[in-house]
Design a protein around this ligand. Sequence first.
Ligand SMILES: Nc1ncnc2c1ncn2[C@@H]1O[C@H](COP(=O)(O)OP(=O)(O)OP(=O)(O)O)[C@@H](O)[C@H]1O
Length: 123
Amino acid sequence: MRDSFLGKRIRGGGYALKGAWLLLKNEASIQVQFVISIIMTIVGIYFEITGTEWILQLLAIGLVMSAEGLNSAIEAMADFIHPDFHSKIGHIKDIAAGGVCFAAIIAFIIGCIIYYPYIFPGI
Ligand SMILES: Nc1ncnc2c1ncn2[C@@H]1O[C@H](COP(=O)(O)OP(=O)(O)OP(=O)(O)O)[C@@H](O)[C@H]1O
C-alpha cells in the first residue's frame, strides 16, 4: 500500500498539508493574507453576498495565497542556493514578488466589483 499509486498520492497530500501549515506558522506574508481572508469572509457574511460572488471571492483568496506560498518557496530556495547578496538573486526575488503583485491587484479589483454595490447602493 505504501508504495502503491494511491499510497504515494496520499503521502503527497500529507506533505502538501504540512507545507500549508508551515507557511501559516512561519511566513509573515501568508499570515497577513490569511487574516485578510478571514476579514473578507466576515465581510461577505455581513453583506450576504451571492453564491457567485462567494466563488469569485474564494478564487481571489486562493489565487493570492497560492502566489504568496510559491513566492515564499522561491525566496527560501534563493536564500539556500545563494545566501549572500547577488544582483541575480535580487532579480529572481523581485520577479517572484511581481507574480504576487499581479494576483493581489486582480483580487483587489474583484473585491471592489463585488462590494461597490453593497457599500454604495443605487450609485
Ligand atoms: N540575496 C539577495 N541579493 C540581492 N538582493 C536581495 C537579496 N535578498 C533580498 N534582496 C532584495 O530585497 C528584496 C526583498 O527580499 P526578501 O523578500 O527576501 O526580504 P524580505 O522583504 O525581508 O522578505 P521576508 O521578510 O519574507 O524574508 C528582494 O525582492 C530583492 O530585491
